[in-house]
Ligand binder design. Structure first.
Ligand code: AFP
Length: 323
């Protein structure tokens, strides 16, 4: 049965919480709508596939092969954020260096984003997402303003069977979920997210790397495979989708280091920081999986595309690793 009470739209809700951020979040949510449209028609208009140039396959700043939709999504985000007149610096997964917003468009916010995370899943129509974190520039050096605990807003948009925008603001603001209602072309508020205390017993990791893991990671994962503990494994290979499931159902998601990838695979500024902030706000934990684990948000990254091993999810599942 359809609800007849209209829900608050994304911008109405955002404006109430932090009017200062309205322009930036307007730019982000419009970008998400555009990206969603591009993804949904990609198979029809020939937007699947990778970018090939005379030099071979194009790679982004992190060495990933670039897909056509990676490039389009990045352009959409950059264009909308610059024209929001609210940003000073943009850090994108797709760009080697920081993007300095021209003076005539300059504002005070720094936005770090991955325009299309999980894009290797796109040609087979599996969930992908956009991830972002916003900071205020209150120092001339932008990297002095970027710190896990200085995030003023973090969120992601999941392009799946439904398009959902999940967002959190300052500590204590909770994690809100908005769903794109195609009949009105708006994201409407569809509830708060809190990781269930007694969640589903799910572990999520790319186990094909297990031979290359350290012993502590192997021991941890083996806990989920003990006979009769009733755990099941779910792994999509799109961080946004795997984290979204973890927030809603409980369990854990990890991308640990291995002998080939000493710092894991996931990037701090635009993947781990925003997801860690959201997870903590939803009542969970997000830690590195180094020998002495500590909060993801306590990491002090020095380079834009720096990576970290990560484990996040329900408190009890993450605490098993710490123990
Ligand atoms: P792509 O954007 O290249 O698809 O990478 C996705 C991702 O960065 C992240 O979303 C996944 O959690 C992770 O990589 C999956 O990596 P593996 O394929 O090594 O499991």
């Amino acid at each position: 049965m359809e609800k007849d009470i209209p829900s608050l739209t994304f911008l109405q809700k955002v404006f109430k919480i932090n009017p200062d951020l309205t322009n930036v979040l307007n730019a982000i949510h419009i970008s998400c709508k555009v990206i969603q449209r591009q993804i949904s028609k990609a198979g029809i208009v020939g937007l699947h596939g990778i970018i090939e140039s005379s030099n071979g396959l194009e790679q982004n700043a992190s060495g990933d092969i670039q897909k056509k939709l990676d490039v389009i999504s990045n352009e959409v985000m950059i264009d909308n954020l610059i024209h929001s007149h609210s940003c000073s610096i943009l850090l994108s997964e797709e760009n080697e260096d920081e993007i300095i917003v021209p003076d005539e468009f300059k504002g005070k916010f720094i936005v770090a984003f991955d325009p299309l995370d999980g894009s290797s899943n796109i040609d087979c129509n599996v969930c992908v997402g956009t991830i972002f974190a916003i900071y205020e520039q209150n120092d001339i050096e932008w990297n002095n303003c970027i710190d896990g605990d200085k995030i003023i807003c973090a969120g992601y948009c999941l392009y799946g069977p439904a398009t959902e925008l999940v967002i959190t603001f300052q500590k204590g603001s909770g994690v809100m979920k908005f769903t794109l209602d195609h009949s009105i072309g708006e994201f409407v508020f569809t509830g708060n997210i809190q990781i269930p205390i007694v969640g589903k017993k799910i572990y999520s990791v790319n186990e094909s790397n297990c031979e290359n893991w350290n012993q502590n990671i192997q021991d941890y994962i083996s806990l989920f495979k003990i006979k009769d503990t009733k755990y099941t494994q779910r792994y999509i290979g799109s961080m946004v989708a795997d984290v979204h499931r973890t927030l809603l159902y409980g369990g854990m998601f990890m991308y640990p280091a291995d002998s080939k990838n000493k710092d894991g695979k996931l990037r701090i500024f635009y993947e781990c920081f925003p997801m860690a902030r959201i997870t903590e706000e939803a009542g969970g934990l997000a830690i590195t999986t180094r020998r002495s684990p500590y909060r993801i948000l306590d990491i002090k990254p020095k380079k834009i595309h720096e990576k970290t091993p990560i484990l996040l999810g329900s408190k009890d599942e993450v605490e098993k690793f710490i123990a």
